[in-house]
Ligand binder design. Structure first.
Ligand code: HEM
Length: 90
C-alpha cells in the first residue's frame, strides 16, 4: 500500500534549516525528523545537533555516536521519508 508519510525532497529539507527556530528538519537513514523539540535535550548541545539541520545527517550522526537509538527517541518527531527530487509530495 502507499506510504502515509510525507515525501520530502532534498530541496524541501533544505528549507527547514531551523533559522526560524521551530522547524529544523534532518534526515537519518532515509527518514526525515523534526529535530527542534529535541534540541534542548541533546546531550551534545543544541549547536552540535543543529549542524545537521536542513540536511541529511546520517554520516555526521554515524561519526559521532552510531550506538544512539534515534529511531525510538525521535519516533514522535517523524515527518516523512526522504525521496529523490522528482518524487516529492509538492
Ligand atoms: C551525545 C542523541 C545528533 C553530536 C549524544 C547522546 C545522545 C545523542 C543520546 C549521548 C550519547 C552517549 O553519551 O552515549 C542524538 C540524537 C541526534 C543527535 C537523537 C539526532 C537527532 C547529533 C549530531 C551531532 C551530535 C548531528 C554532531 C554534529 C553529539 C556530541 C555528543 C552527543 C558531540 C557528545 C556529548 C558529550 O558526551 O559531551 N547525542 N544526537 N549529535 N551528540 Fe548527539
Amino acid at each position: 500500500p502507499d506510504t502515509p508519510y510525507l515525501k520530502v525532497t532534498p530541496s524541501m529539507l533544505k528549507r527547514h534549516s531551523g533559522r526560524r527556530g521551530t522547524d529544523a528538519w534532518s534526515a537519518f537513514a532515509g527518514r526525515v525528523y523534526n529535530i527542534t523539540p529535541y534540541a534542548d535535550y541533546h546531550p551534545g548541545g543544541r549547536g552540535e545537533l543543529l549542524r545537521c539541520a536542513g540536511k541529511d545527517g546520517t554520516r555526521l550522526f554515524g561519526e559521532v555516536h552510531p550506538w544512539v537509538n534515534y529511531e525510538t527517541m525521535l519516533s514522535a518527531c517523524l515527518v516523512g521519508v526522504l525521496v529523490p527530487e522528482e518524487e516529492g509530495s509538492r
